[in-house]
Write a protein that binds this ligand. Sequence first.
Ligand SMILES: [Zn+2]
Ligand SMILES: [Zn+2]
Length: 350
Amino acid sequence: MKSEVSGAQMEALVWLGPSQMALRHEPIPTLGDNEVLIHVGAVGICGSELSGYLGHNSLRFPPLVMGHEAAGTIVAGTGQLADGSDVHVGQRVTFNPLITCGTCDRCQAGLINLCRNRKLLSAHRAGAFAQYVSVPADLCWHLPANISFVAGSLSEPLACAVHAVGLTDIDNNSSVLILGAGPIGLCCIAAAKARGVKTILISDISDQRLSIAREWGATHTINAKQQDTVATTLAAVPTGVSVVVDAVGTSHVRNQAIKAVVPGGTVVLMGLHEDETTIPTNYIIRQEITLVGSFCYSREDFSTAVDMISRGLVVPSHDWLIERPLSQGQASFEELIAGKSEYTKIVLIP
Ligand SMILES: [Zn+2]
Ligand SMILES: [Zn+2]
């Protein structure tokens, strides 16, 4: 956290080392050029931060304020928002937490998510588990007055899903299987629906999560504890699904993804659970299966996600999301890591 200066303090949830977090008084962040100070209205806990909390993530070093799925109100700063409009104090915004350089070859090629100098707000600099966060103005997207900060905080995971689905040639004749009904899996349902996909299968080991997935628009659900995911998929779509999205990332699930997709189909890998996996390479060759990794999002993906939220295509519901004060942050991390939470998403309100 680089926040020297200037008298005024805020409450922040500070990660202090493996499994240690504390609510502390920290200086309010100072602003660089073309940055804004956002009073945080809502900030979600992301699965990627659970490994960070445990100390398993090579990007995150204590002491650190995490939190990159957020929305709030601009209280200071200058510059232009992502849409090119001028910053005004009082604007309600959500923000893209991926800071990219704009000058490297990957940025120049339009692949900003692969920027060679990319920095994630909440890992390389302080994030939003705090009353205030500073953000480059041009990463902020305007939120309509009728959209809650909690809904706005879902823009980031939804943008990940929009990107993943966008890496395929999915359309209204496609069928898709999503492996994992956590927040990203649910967002993939919304992203697939937005592309016109009518047959959406999803697997998980929790019946509760699967029933929520049906509310989001999944047409078929598979309990992977009780059913064979590949056989059940082939029974529902005998020709095989055209696209599989793996939102888990274990060896077992990665292999299921490869076996469930139609010959010539595409498997999108998003889940980061295991670093290395043995996969049936000869089968992939003979079936001409495309494997594609999906990481973060482009500006367009983020814009699409904010637009979908603004149009009410993803609406927070207390069936799967709970809001809690920042003071319950550490307990919420512990609950999610233990797999004991009855909520798919926990959003903290500073
Ligand atoms: Zn996230
Ligand atoms: Zn770059």
